[in-house]
Each structure stands twice: as structure tokens, then as C-alpha cells.
Design a protein around this ligand. Structure first.
Ligand SMILES: [Zn+2]
Length: 100
């Protein structure tokens, strides 16, 4: 029997296992460069940015291929996750915002 544990809280899951399957993929065509992208200024800018990044050892080129994730969740975490699938939404900060 396969044993599952919650990817969020680490608790073991008995029967009520929830899964979240997420695919993150580029919605644009990374191969499609416009003339604007090929302008010298732009390339210089990129070169400068890359030069700045050279000092960072763990710099990785951004991957454009789709990435798939699958998470196992216990019922408690699944409920929490459904409320904020992408983490805490910015709108929650607005509750205390206006104090005029
Ligand atoms: Zn959990």
C-alpha cells in the first residue's frame, strides 16, 4: 500500500487525499522575436543585465518549457489551498488599508 503524506504540513494522509496538479507554461511563443526585441539598445541592455548577474553563482537561465507539479494534500490543507492557490492574495491587505 502506498503511503501518502501531505506536501504542505507533512501529516500522513489516510483516506481523504487531495491532489493539486499545476502546469506552468509560457503562454507566449518564446521563439517569436519582434524587430523591437532585436534592436541594439535592447541587446545591450540584456548584455548589461547578464554582466550584472555574472557575480551571482546560482543564476540560471529562465526555462520556457512547461513545468508540471503535483502535490498531495490532507483535507485541511486542501481547504486552505483552495482559498489561496497562489499564496495569500494581495486583496487581503486592503482590509486595514483605508484609515482616512
Ligand atoms: Zn496538510
Amino acid at each position: 500500500m502506498i503511503h501518502y503524506s501531505c506536501d504542505l504540513c507533512g501529516r500522513s494522509i489516510r483516506d481523504q487525499r487531495y491532489t493539486a496538479k499545476i502546469e506552468v507554461a509560457a503562454a507566449f511563443d518564446p521563439e517569436e522575436l519582434t524587430e523591437e526585441d532585436l534592436e541594439v539598445d535592447h541587446l545591450e541592455q540584456i548584455a548589461e543585465t547578464l554582466a550584472d548577474m555574472e557575480s551571482t553563482a546560482d543564476f540560471e537561465l529562465e526555462e520556457t518549457g512547461p513545468k508540471n507539479f503535483q502535490f498531495d494534500m490532507c483535507p485541511t490543507c486542501a481547504r486552505k489551498y483552495l482559498k489561496a492557490p497562489l499564496g495569500a492574495p494581495r486583496t487581503t491587505a486592503r482590509a486595514n488599508f483605508s484609515q482616512n
